[in-house]
Write a protein that binds this ligand. Structure first.
Ligand code: FBP
Length: 260
């Protein structure tokens, strides 16, 4: 079955609002407003995101497929950091349940190089097979992690990107290390698998938008961003600036006009 990427992209570009940090990092990432998933849904819709990323529990209680226009990506695995011991993020939701919740795509984190890589690859393989039977795209967080691994190295991230292509991901999400030529290589080795970038910890607006511009100019199709947006005091205005950079290719200065 053909994979329907157009549901979660627009003219080949994409911005996803990521909101799985509650399990990955805990509520310390949130304030009074951002701990409420309703607030995130409002940003996702008004900010013009092409999809929102939720865990299944939040999707079940806060995503109404009849009411919400924004496409949903259900994250199928998850892990807390209460204990830092294992580089293993287990599947916590099935592809079928994600579809019932209204998902237009599914997501999965792969810890490349983890001591649990065989288990992770096997689980991911089954997910790709099932999701693709339904025409559902698979978005893979490609996060190198394990003993002695330099998570920020371009070489390791290019290897992770290639693993995404080899294992059937339609879109991969990687972290940016500031090496724009390295990003071009990552995009090249990912082949027909599209590359999106993580937003990372909160930085000032100029820094964040400049980073986004560099990502887009060097081959990424967009960003899957969380904290930089919903930790901002004016997330919708910032989202609109991001949108202009990703979809209209404007300069950072131009995009920031609305922020002043
Ligand atoms: P941010 O934009 O907030 O960095 O979110 C991106 C993301 O990939 C989330 O989807 C995920 O919860 C988190 O980062 C995981 O990051 P890490 O494993 O490095 O803590």
């Amino acid at each position: 079955m053909a994979i329907k990427l157009d549901k979660i992209t627009k003219n080949g570009k994409a911005i996803f609002l990521a909101y799985d940090q509650g399990i990955e990092h805990g509520p310390s990432d949130f304030d009074e407003k951002s701990c409420n998933p309703e607030y995130i849904m409002e940003i996702a819709e008004k900010g013009g995101y092409t999809a929102v990323i939720l865990q299944h529990g939040i999707a079940e209680k806060y995503y109404d497929k009849r009411k919400h226009k924004i496409p949903l990506i259900v994250k199928l695995n998850g892990k807390s950091r209460i204990s830092e011991v294992d580089n293993l993020s287990s599947q916590v939701c099935s592809v079928k349940r994600a579809i019932k919740l209204g998902a237009s795509a599914v997501g999965y984190t792969i810890y490349d190089g983890s001591e649990f890589e065989p288990t992770i690859f096997k689980e991911f393989g089954r997910i790709v097979e099932e999701a693709h039977e339904y025409g559902l795209p698979v978005v893979a967080w490609m996060y190198p992690r394990g003993r002695g691994i330099d998570e920020g190295s371009t070489e390791i991230n290019a290897y992770a990107a290639r693993i995404g292509l080899e294992l059937g991901a339609d879109i991969i999400k990687v972290k940016y290390n500031g090496d724009y030529e390295g990003l071009q290589w990552i995009v090249k080795v990912a082949g027909r698998t599209k590359v999106m970038m993580a937003g990372g910890p909160k930085q000032d607006e100029f820094g964040f938008l400049s980073m986004a511009k560099e990502m887009i100019d060097n081959g990424a199709i967009g960003l899957a961003v969380g904290r930089n947006v919903w930790q901002s005091p004016h997330p919708i205005i910032l989202s609109k600036a991001l949108k202009k950079i990703v979809f209209d290719g404007v300069s950072v200065g131009e995009a920031m006009k609305g922020l002043k």
